[in-house]
Design a protein around this ligand. Structure first.
Ligand code: ZN
Length: 509
């Protein structure tokens, strides 16, 4: 059978039978001339032939192996072939197991280049062909089972290596190729003793990839059962490998794939609800959300690089869509055609007031508001003061506490914000446009904590306690002249983030 000159995969029978001089590989997706695939195969077989003549002494010809009696075959296999195959097999088995520890799926419009296999697919396919070539020498059960395992493991590994490349590139049709590779890998693992859960895992991922292809083609209804079945099978795998010493290594990867399957089910769900006249509008919204590139390193890298955060982002998107379809959201009353989401945070602080002989400690509770899309603004991440209602900004001096008088009950200026947020209650958005929140509660909490760190570093006498994120609320605003206009209640505390927001960046439903 001809082999792909780019990845080494055997080319499908169907493609080989066509009359076209070109063949497209169903594993890596590359097209090539039939002649080139033939040349590659010849070269690979030449290498295998020379390996066989080095391994087996005395001019033994594989073509005649059927005529050699089984005792002689048994001896040749166990004395000459087995030791060599075993060494290489254990190397491939180790590399495969370590590949299995990664999540091997990625959501539409996203890429993942974190999975780095230790071999090329061509190398792994070559080992597969090599073992296949000496198959006839394995006569006893133990040899046969070793040959099958080595052959199938190399093939499954090679298919998965091709998928790690497809994870890195958001190109049309990639889910069809990924589904092919997962299907082949599943069938191969099915033949290896002890690898049943791996076979199930890749059967599940093959289905989920087929679902993604359907979803991207607008068939959300047809995709749902693929995501739900895939999710159920992955959960079965998770239970099965809990106490499995070899495949237990897949646990974290499988858990992340389950999260992705859940997100995909939700997504397909929104699209079927037909909330917008154009079902692809929601897909485009999702694409926009996925397309933001967040820092992968630094103090925000851990939170923003974590794919689990998307589950919460999509759950908030789901609430927005339900509200559009007749439900409600926590909205404050007031005019304004755009409902903009903010995290409402409680911040408690205390400070020493009064002269040396009459010191007293004053405790204050303030409300902070954080625009819920702050994560897409790098300036917010490096300067937390610019990402929220900076209640201490009314004292621009070096020290927040400098010049306070003994009679003061507060050194911050957020009283107006408390009045504003007190008016939030479950309301229908009506025909107003809703901006989708892009950050998670944990991220809001981290931002508030960073703010706190900046403020206390400026004055050690200022005591702040850990901030508490209360809820996500929607504030009616307007957009005029390409800028957001917030209600008057913000007073002088309009976050810099709001002032520099480009409306085109916002995800609006
Ligand atoms: Zn290929």
């Amino acid at each position: 059978m001809l082999r792909c000159k780019y990845c080494g995969a055997p080319l499908e029978k169907k493609a080989l039978e066509s009359d076209s001089p070109y063949i497209t590989c169903s594993s890596c997706g590359t097209s090539q001339q039939r002649l080139d695939a033939k040349a590659y195969l010849d070269q690979m077989m030449g290498q295998i032939q020379s390996w066989i003549s080095k391994t087996i002494p005395g001019g033994f010809s594989m073509a005649q192996s059927e005529n050699v009696d089984s005792v002689a075959r048994f001896n040749i296999f166990n004395n000459n072939v087995r030791p060599r195959i075993e060494t290489e097999y254990s190397e491939y088995r180790f590399a495969t197991n370590s590949l299995l520890s990664n999540p091997l799926m990625t959501l539409p419009f996203t890429t993942d280049n974190s999975v780095v296999p230790s071999h090329t697919s061509a190398k792994a396919f070559e080992f597969n062909a090599k073992v296949k070539s000496i198959e006839a020498l394995a006569v006893d059960e133990s040899s046969k089972s070793m040959v099958t395992s080595a052959e199938e493991m190399a093939s499954a590994y090679a298919m998965l290596i091709n998928n790690t490349k497809l994870l890195q590139e958001d190109k049309p049709g990639r889910y069809i190729l990924m589904a092919n590779n997962f299907k082949e890998a599943s069938a191969a693992f099915r033949k290896i003793k002890g690898y049943g859960p791996a076979a199930d895992r890749f059967q599940a991922l093959a289905g989920i990839c087929t679902g993604c292809e359907k979803l991207l083609n607008g068939d959300s209804m047809g995709s749902i059962s693929y995501f739900e079945n895939g999710n159920a099978l992955l959960n079965k795998v998770k239970t099965a490998i809990n106490t499995d010493l070899t495949l237990g290594i897949m646990y974290q990867g499988v858990e992340m794939e389950i999260t992705q399957a859940k997100i995909l089910s939700d997504l397909a769900g929104f699209m079927t609800k037909g909330i917008s006249a154009d079902p692809l509008q929601i897909l485009n919204t999702v694409k926009k959300i996925m397309a933001f590139s967040y820092p992968k390193t630094g103090k925000w890298g851990f939170l923003l690089g974590n794919k689990d955060r998307l589950a919460e982002v999509f759950s908030n998107l789901s609430k927005v869509l339900s509200a559009k379809a007749g439900g409600t959201l926590p909205i404050i009353s007031g005019p304004g055609e755009y409902l903009i989401p903010f995290w409402e945070v409680d911040l408690k602080y205390s400070f020493q007031s009064g002269a040396a002989w009459a010191k007293r400690s004053v405790e204050v509770v303030e409300d902070l508001l954080i625009p819920a899309d702050f994560v897409i603004d790098p300036q917010c991440l490096s300067n937390p003061r610019s990402a929220l209602t900076d209640i201490f900004s009314i004292r621009p001096e070096k020290s927040i506490l400098s010049g306070i008088k003994g009679t003061e009950t507060s050194i911050s200026g957020g009283e107006g914000i408390s009045r504003l947020t007190a008016a939030a209650s479950q309301n229908s958005p009506g025909t107003r446009k809703i901006v989708v929140p892009l950050s998670t509660e944990k991220e809001a909490k981290k931002l508030a904590a960073e703010y706190l760190a900046v403020c206390t570093s400026q004055d050690s006498k200022l005591k702040l306690s850990s901030p508490y994120v209360k809820s996500l609320i929607y504030i009616p605003c307007d957009i005029k002249g390409g800028r957001i206009e917030v209600p008057r209640g913000f007073g002088k505390l309009v976050p810099e983030r709001i002032m520099r927001t480009e409306p085109s960046q916002m995800v609006i439903i």
